[in-house]
Design a protein around this ligand. Structure first.
Ligand code: PLP
Length: 231
């Protein structure tokens, strides 16, 4: 199947999952996870109507930006970002979804302030407390956000999570629900530069579950582009 056909099918499934959950399909954005796909594939995905693109590696982001690959859609950073590379990402992307440590937060704040901009970010939540994953625990989030309220060069638009690989439908529901609850709690506290609009959760294996649990953005790679060849 072509990229366009895959996207059409995913959009149908988004609509079905949303309606089944009593939600408006338009409240769920489709982010194409474009890692290891070239500018040509990225253009095809944008032409087929994805809402944004998510890039994992700084090198790929930089190369595709210079190829104008993302023309017509916002681009987000969704991979682990090293502090020494923030200059290549801050101000270049519409949203950094993968802010996973205080050190990184601080580096982004400084760079955004140096550029005189406000960088939109999501805080990455390690909902399953996996050793292999970075991110804040749900327990840490309130204190992180308290510290953030003094940062005028950063605006938090919500949370992103990468739960364990989903073996069967429903496996990750508890993590998605935990993040939905976190967003409700944080919103109730009315922090200054925090406006929780985006819950970025759900990938190829579990996006229908994530939508049922309140996701507002799913990040899809394999189901759009086919499986990645890491060799
Ligand atoms: C690769 C990737 C995805 C997409 O994963 P698929 O299972 O291929 O849909 C989503 N989010 C992040 C952060 C990724 O690195």
């Amino acid at each position: 199947m072509s990229i366009a056909e895959n996207i059409k099918r995913i959009k149908e499934k988004i609509a079905q999952a949303a309606i089944a959950a009593g939600r408006n399909p338009e409240d769920i954005l489709l982010c194409a996870a474009t890692k290891m796909n070239d500018a040509e594939n990225v253009c095809q995905a944008i032409a087929a109507g994805v809402d944004c693109c998510g890039e994992n590696r700084v090198q790929e982001l930089t190369a595709k930006l210079s190829d104008n690959a993302y023309e017509g859609a916002p681009v987000h950073f969704i991979g682990h970002l090293q502090t020494n590379k923030v200059k290549q990402v801050v101000g270049k992307v519409d949203l950094i979804q993968s802010v996973d440590s205080l050190r990184l937060l601080d580096a982004i704040k400084k760079e955004a302030s140096r550029q005189g901009i406000c960088q939109d970010i999501l805080l990455e939540v390690n909902a399953a407390n996996q050793e292999s994953k970075s991110g804040f625990t749900t327990q840490e989030i309130p204190s992180v956000i308290e510290q953030l309220s003094e940062y005028s060069s950063i605006r938090v638009l919500g949370f992103m999570t990468i739960p364990p690989i989903c073996e069967k439908s429903g496996d990750n529901d508890k993590f998605f629900q935990e993040i939905l609850q976190l967003s409700v709690d944080i919103t109730a506290k009315k922090y200054d530069n925090v406006c929780v609009k985006i819950l970025s959760m759900g990938m190829s294996g579990d996006y229908e579950d994530a939508i049922r649990c309140g996701s507002t953005m799913i990040r899809i790679g394999t189901a759009i582009f086919g499986s990645r060849d890491y060799h």
